[in-house]
Design a protein around this ligand. Structure first.
Ligand code: XBP
Ligand code: MG
Length: 251
C-alpha cells in the first residue's frame, strides 16, 4: 500500500531558521544583563544547554547544574518565568530586526506544498509568540493548519506529545505525514509519534545521532544551491514535493 504525502510538519528552531546561536542565546544573555545577573552563555556552552528543550526548562537545568547555590528572591518558578519573559521580549526584538533569516529551501518547499494541496503544520518547543513573529515576518500564518508551540503540551521534545497533538489536529494518517527536524530531541519525538523524519543539520546538531532519520542533509537545498547529503539514499540537490513523496514510500 503506497503512502500519499498529505502533510508536512516543520520544527522551527534550527529547521525553519537558525534561531539558536544568534537569536535565543543572545536574548538569554540580554535578559540576564537586564535582570542584573552576571551570567553569560557562550556559543559553546549554549550548545550543551540545548540538550534541554524549552527555554524555561533550560534555565531551570542551568541553575540546578551550574548555579545550585543561587537563591532568587521569591520562588524559583516565578523567577524563571519572569526571566523567560524578559528573554522572549529580547528575542522578538532580535527577530524583528532581521538578525535571523529562513534557512535555504524552506520558503520554496512550503510554497510548493501549498500548491500541491499538502497540509502544513508547526511543531515546536519554542514559545508561541516567537513562532508567530517568525511566521508573520517571513511566511504567512494562514498557510499552517496547525501551529503547536511551547507549553501547549505538558512534556516537551524528546517526548512525542507535540507531534501526537499535531497528528490529531491534522486528522491525517501518520504514514502520510513527513516531519522536518534539526535535532536528536526533535527526531526522537517525531519517531516516537510514528512519523517519518528528514533532518537538516546545523552547527549545534551536526554530530548528533540521526540513525532513525529517513534522510539527513545539510539543508533543504535550492536548485542553484544544492544541499549536502549526510545520510540516506538521495541524489537530488534539493528537496521538493516529488522527492518527498518518494521518500514517504521508502524510495
Ligand atoms: C527549540 C527549543 C526552544 C528554543 C527557545 O525548539 O528548544 O526552547 O531553544 O525557545 P524547536 P523558548 O527546535 O522544537 O523549535 O525560550 O521560547 O522555549
Ligand atoms: Mg529544532
Amino acid at each position: 500500500m503506497t503512502n500519499r504525502l498529505q502533510g508536512l510538519i516543520f520544527d522551527v528552531d534550527g529547521t525553519l531558521a537558525n534561531t539558536e546561536r544568534d537569536g535565543h542565546r543572545v536574548a538569554f544573555n540580554r535578559a540576564f544583563e537586564e535582570a542584573g545577573l552576571d551570567w553569560h552563555w557562550s556559543v559553546e556552552f549554549y550548545g550543551e544547554l540545548l540538550t534541554i528543550s524549552g527555554g524555561k526548562e533550560r534555565l531551570k537545568y542551568f541553575l540546578r547544574q551550574y548555579s545550585p547555590e543561587f537563591k532568587p528572591e521569591g520562588n524559583l518558578a516565578d523567577f524563571i518565568a519572569h526571566l523567560h519573559q524578559l528573554k522572549t521580549k529580547h528575542y522578538l526584538n532580535l527577530l524583528r530586526s532581521g538578525t535571523i533569516q529562513l534557512r535555504p529551501g524552506t520558503k520554496r518547499l512550503i510554497k510548493e506544498a501549498r500548491q500541491a494541496g499538502i497540509n502544513l503544520a508547526i511543531a515546536t518547543t519554542s514559545s508561541l509568540p516567537n513562532v508567530i513573529a517568525l511566521l508573520e515576518k517571513y511566511l504567512d500564518l494562514d498557510w499552517f493548519e496547525v501551529i503547536a508551540a511551547g507549553d501547549i503540551v505538558a512534556a516537551k521534545k524528546p517526548a512525542p506529545d507535540i507531534y501526537r497533538y499535531v497528528i490529531q489536529k491534522l486528522k491525517l494518517p501518520a504514514n502520510n505525514i513527513l516531519v522536518l527536524e534539526d535535532s536528536d530531541n526533535g527526531l526522537e519525538a517525531a519517531i516516537a509519534a510514528g512519523l517519518k523524519t528528514i533532518v537538516t543539520v546545523n552547527n549545534y546538531t551536526a554530530d548528533q545521532n540521526f540513525s532513525q532519520a529517513a534522510l539527513v542533509v545539510s539543508d533543504l537545498g535550492e536548485p542553484e544551491q544544492p544541499c549536502r547529503i549526510i545520510q540516506g539514499d538521495f541524489s537530488a540537490g534539493y528537496l521538493n514535493i516529488a522527492n518527498l513523496s518518494s521518500i514517504i514510500n521508502g524510495g
